[in-house]
Design a protein around this ligand. Structure first.
Ligand code: DAH
Length: 340
């Protein structure tokens, strides 16, 4: 009896197959009612009483091993069958999988990068967690400026010298610290302000900064660059208007409006019936800023500008709520499939 059990144990351990039919033969041979293992159980009554315990255990273990082997092989064969099915008939039409599309903010950012690349601007980036020097001090913000206020800026509690950058102007500083003129670069990126979220404002948004530093750069260069940009992005009939303004890091400073791209300047609710919409801030880089960044302000002059990508995207595609950019609702996002 013992020998028979050992023989079957060996056979079972060595048995291999990937074929359903062969596995069925195995089942019939060892496990079915008339198979070898049940017939050994039939012989069990002939075993001498003092050996019954030992033989009984050996028989049970043989039966379990044979059944386990069968189960394992069966599931391997089934898995392989479903894998094969997956490849299936290659001539059938494929399941439809929806294609994604680029986010509208990325579309507009890429367009802006393209427009400036054509006139020689490189792209530069800086950190989103910025120190006070790069975000404020080097840019000529006085110590008591309200933008440094807790209400506007997200400070890092553990280190009050660090904050989430409130604008991409900080990248100007980093570029000027590391490069001598001529400098011609734009810096797209995320910025953060402690604002209540509404249809018009969000605590996270995106900007593109522009910086040009060289010998004899004048306000006329700034104006011509901005006219070129506005026409490329909003169409060749776009007009611009510069209104005097104030920024600590530029002197003189201006805000730029474009003729409303919705009504063509006639007046509508987007431009609040003025015919103009504001799109960016700009000016001649303040000599203090150049000096703070190690550039000789007697030799070099330059201009800078900064714009919000959300605002420009809202104008360009007539989007009336800034929150749509951050909700990731596919019904909104897929409307920009053809805007690439
Ligand atoms: N940093 C300004 C802001 O966030 C925008 C800006 C204005 C950037 C004038 C400039 C500039 O480079 O010259 O509101």
């Amino acid at each position: 009896m013992k020998e028979k059990i050992d023989k079957l144990l060996n056979e079972i351990a060595e048995f291999r197959t990937e074929k359903k039919e062969e596995l069925e033969q195995y089942r019939l041979k060892y496990l079915s009612k008339k198979g070898l293992i049940p017939s050994l159980f039939g012989d069990f009554k002939l075993v001498a009483p003092d050996l019954r315990k030992e033989v009984g255990q050996a028989l049970n273990s043989l039966k379990n091993k044979a059944q386990e082997k069968f189960n394992d092989l069966q599931s391997q064969i089934e898995d392989k069958a479903t894998d094969d099915q997956k490849v299936g008939d290659l001539t059938l039409p494929v399941d439809f999988e929806e294609l994604g599309s680029r986010h509208p903010l990325s579309i507009v950012r890429n367009k802006i990068i393209d427009i400036f690349a054509r006139i020689g601007f490189t792209v530069s980036e800086g950190p989103e967690i910025e120190d006070d020097f790069h975000n404020f001090t080097a840019l000529n913000f006085p110590e008591e400026h309200p933008a440094r206020d807790m209400q506007d800026t997200f400070f890092i509690e553990k280190n009050p010298d660090l904050a989430l950058r409130t604008h991409t102007s900080s990248v100007q500083v980093r570029v000027m610290e590391n490069t001598q003129p001529p400098i011609r670069t734009i810096s797209p990126g995320r910025v953060f302000r402690n604002e209540a979220i509404s249809a018009r404002a969000h605590c996270i948004f995106h900007q593109v900064e522009g910086l040009y530093i060289n010998k004899n750069v004048s306000f006329a260069d700034l104006k011509q660059t901005l006219i070129y940009f506005a026409r490329e992005l909003f169409g060749e009939h776009t007009k611009i208007r510069l209104r005097p303004s104030y920024f600590p890091f530029t002197e003189p400073s201006a805000e730029m409006d474009i003729s409303c791209n919705i009504c063509g300047g006639k007046g509508c609710n987007i431009c609040k019936y003025t015919g103009w919409v504001e799109i960016l801030g700009c000016g001649m880089v303040d000599p203090n800023v150049l000096e703070n960044c190690g550039i000789d302000s007697k030799e070099y002059t330059g201009f800078a500008f900064g714009m919000g990508i959300e605002r420009i995207t809202m104008l360009k595609y007539q989007i009336d709520d800034i929150r749509l950019f951050f909700e990731n609702d596919k019904r909104f996002l897929k409307q920009f499939k053809s805007a690439l």
